[in-house]
Design a protein around this ligand. Structure first.
Ligand code: FAD
Length: 475
C-alpha cells in the first residue's frame, strides 16, 4: 500500500485502497445508494468533501434548543419514495400547521384569506387560474422523460419570464408567480427555462401538488430533515469519510481511481457521483468527460436562496387566527411559514424565504451583512404581522451560496440546455454513474427525487455487477 493510500484502519471495509464502489457525496442520494450497495453485499466507501454529511439537508439548533431546517424540510403524500424510506427507518412526520388565515401583501395593503386561493380580485383570480391551467397542461404534454422531444425543445427555447409576459396579465398574478419562482427556484423568471419549470411542475403532479399544504408541504421530518441523513451515515459507520473532497478521477473502461486530499486514492469498479451537475464540475477527469456531459456541468445553474428562522417564546400569530403563511410583493422576505415544533408549549418558529435573486443592494449579499439582512427581514415581516415580529428570541439564517461544495439550493437550468443535454444527466460513462436529486424527473430537485435517483443508480450498478458475475461463471 502506498503511503497516502486510504488505510484499512480508517476504512474497515477497504482492503489495499480497493473497493467495489466509491460514492462521491454524502447527501441523501449518495448515502442511500451506499446503503443499498452495502446491503447487496458490495464493499462501498462514501467520500464527502465537507466535515458533515447531509448536503442540502442541514438542521441547525437555535439558542432555545429548537431544531430548524436550513435546507430541505417538507415532504408530501405524492412523494412515495422518500416516505417509504422514512418508514423503513422509523422516522416520523410532523403535519404542517395550517389552521387559520394566510396573509397576502400587495399594493401596500395586507389581506387575509383562507385556503390556497389568494384574494386577488375576480380578474386576478381568472388570470391566475388560466395561467395555472396552461402550465399544468404544458407539464402534462411533456414526457416521460419530460425533457425529451420536439415540444420539450420548443419550451426550452423560452424562459418562464417570457411566458409570463404573454400569459399572466395582472400585477397580482405576476407577483404570485415571482414569489413561487424565487422560493422554489431561487432565481428570476427570466433566468429559468420554461421547460425546466414545466417539467418540475409535471414531476410533482401539477402546480397545486407542488405548492399547497395538502401537497408537497404537508409534513416536516420529525427531529429535522437531517435526522434522515445522519441515520443513514450512522448505519454505514466507518464507510463514510468526511472532509474527503474528490478532486480528480482517472478511469479506464472497467475501473476508476478517485483522488482525494493529499494524494489519497481509492480504486473501484464503480464510482457513483452523487452531486448536482454544477457542483460536479469541480472534479477533473482523465480522460476528459465526453463534451456533452462536460457542457451540461459547465452550463448548469443552481438557484440562490436562503432560509431565515425567527424563534419566539410561542407561536403568537396563531392567537390571531393566522397560519403564519404569507406572501408579499416587496422586500427580502417574500414568503413565510409556521415551522414551530408540534408540542403546543414549545417556542414558535416563523420561517421566511429570503429572495436573494431580487436583491438590488449588493451590500445585503455580503457574508458579513447578517445584521443588515436581519433588520430588513424584520421590517418586511412587520408590514405583514405587526410589531410583535420584533420580539424574537433568536434569528438564524443560512446562505447556500456561501456553503462550500454546494453550488446553490435548487436546480434552475437556463433555457437551451435540458432539451439537448438531458440524456447526459444520468448516462453512465464507463465505470462512472450519476445520482442526485437533479437526475430524477419525478420530484426533481426534491428529497424524493434524490431517493429515486439513488434507487435508479443502484439498479444500474447491480445490473452491471451481475452481468459480469454471469460472464465470469460461464467462462
Ligand atoms: C433551502 C433549501 C430548501 C429545500 N427545501 C426542500 C423541501 O422542503 N423538500 C424537499 O424535498 N427538498 C427541498 N430541498 C432540496 C433538497 O434538499 C435536495 O433536493 C436534496 O437534499 C438533494 O440531495 P442530493 O443527495 O441529491 O444532493 P446534495 O444534498 O447536494 O448532496 C451532495 C453532496 O456531495 C458533496 N460533494 C460535492 N462535491 C463533492 C466532491 N467533489 N467530493 C466529495 N463530496 C462532494 C456535497 O458536500 C454534498 O454533501 C431544499 C433545498 C434547499 C437548499
Amino acid at each position: 500500500m502506498q503511503e497516502h493510500t486510504v488505510t484499512a484502519d480508517r476504512l474497515p471495509a477497504v482492503q489495499s485502497g480497493e473497493v467495489d464502489a466509491v460514492v462521491v457525496g454524502a447527501g441523501l442520494a449518495g448515502l442511500l445508494a451506499a446503503r443499498r450497495l452495502h446491503q447487496a453485499g458490495m464493499n462501498v466507501v462514501v467520500c464527502e468533501a465537507k466535515d458533515r454529511v447531509g448536503g442540502r439537508m442541514l438542521t441547525m439548533t437555535s439558542t432555545t434548543g429548537v431544531p430548524v431546517d436550513a435546507g430541505a424540510a417538507w415532504v408530501g403524500p405524492g412523494q412515495k419514495a422518500v416516505l417509504a424510506l422514512l418508514e423503513e427507518l422509523g422516522i416520523g412526520l410532523i403535519p404542517q400547521y395550517d389552521d387559520g388565515a394566510n396573509l397576502l401583501h400587495v399594493d401596500g395593503r395586507t389581506y387575509r384569506y383562507q385556503g390556497s386561493i389568494p384574494p386577488v380580485g375576480p380578474i386576478g383570480l381568472l388570470d391566475l387560474g388560466r395561467a395555472q391551467y396552461a402550465l399544468d397542461r404544458m407539464a402534462h404534454r411533456l414526457g416521460p422523460p419530460p425533457w425529451h422531444g420536439a415540444y420539450a425543445r420548443r419550451l426550452d427555447a423560452q424562459t418562464l419570464g417570457g411566458w409570463m409576459r404573454r400569459h399572466v396579465h395582472t400585477h397580482a398574478g405576476r407577483m404570485v408567480f415571482e414569489a413561487v419562482t424565487a422560493s422554489g427556484f431561487g432565481c428570476r423568471p427570466d433566468a429559468l427555462s420554461l421547460l425546466a419549470f414545466s417539467a418540475h411542475v409535471g414531476g410533482a403532479g401539477g402546480l397545486s401538488s407542488l405548492l399547497e399544504v395538502s401537497g408537497a408541504l404537508k409534513y416536516r421530518i420529525a427531529g429535522g430533515a437531517d435526522s434522515l441523513t445522519t441515520r443513514l451515515a450512522a448505519d454505514l459507520g466507518g464507510r463514510v469519510l468526511t472532509g474527503h473532497p474528490i478532486t480528480h478521477i482517472s478511469r479506464t473502461d472497467r475501473t476508476a481511481c478517485v483522488n482525494g486530499p493529499g494524494s489519497t486514492s481509492i480504486t473501484a469498479r464503480h464510482v457513483l457521483i452523487a452531486t448536482d451537475p454544477a457542483t460536479a464540475r469541480a472534479i477533473a477527469h482523465d480522460p476528459p468527460l465526453p463534451t456533452a456531459r462536460a457542457d451540461l456541468q459547465r452550463r448548469w445553474q443552481m438557484g440562490h436562496g436562503s432560509k431565515t428562522h425567527l424563534i419566539y417564546s410561542r407561536p403568537w400569530w396563531r392567537d390571531r387566527g393566522l397560519t403564519g403563511a404569507a406572501i408579499t410583493e416587496c422586500g427580502l422576505a417574500r414568503m413565510t411559514f409556521d415551522v414551530s415544533p408540534p408540542d403546543p408549549d414549545a417556542p414558535g418558529v416563523l420561517l421566511a424565504f429570503v429572495d436573494l435573486s431580487n436583491v438590488d443592494d449588493p451590500n445585503l449579499l455580503r457574508p458579513g451583512a447578517a445584521p443588515e439582512r436581519e433588520r430588513q427581514v424584520l421590517d418586511d415581516l412587520e408590514a405583514l404581522f405587526g410589531e410583535q415580529v420584533r420580539d424574537r428570541l433568536d434569528y438564524l439564517e443560512h446562505d447556500w451560496a456561501a456553503e462550500p461544495w454546494q453550488s446553490g439550493c435548487v436546480p434552475a437550468p437556463p433555457p437551451g440546455l435540458l432539451a439537448s443535454h438531458h440524456p447526459w444527466l444520468a448516462r453512465p460513462i464507463g465505470p462512472l454513474h450519476w445520482a442526485g436529486a437533479e437526475t430524477s424527473y419525478l420530484w426533481e430537485g426534491h428529497m424524493d427525487g434524490a431517493v429515486r435517483s439513488a434507487n435508479r443508480a443502484v439498479t444500474e450498478i447491480l445490473t452491471v455487477a451481475s452481468s459480469e458475475r454471469l460472464k465470469g461463471s460461464t467462462r
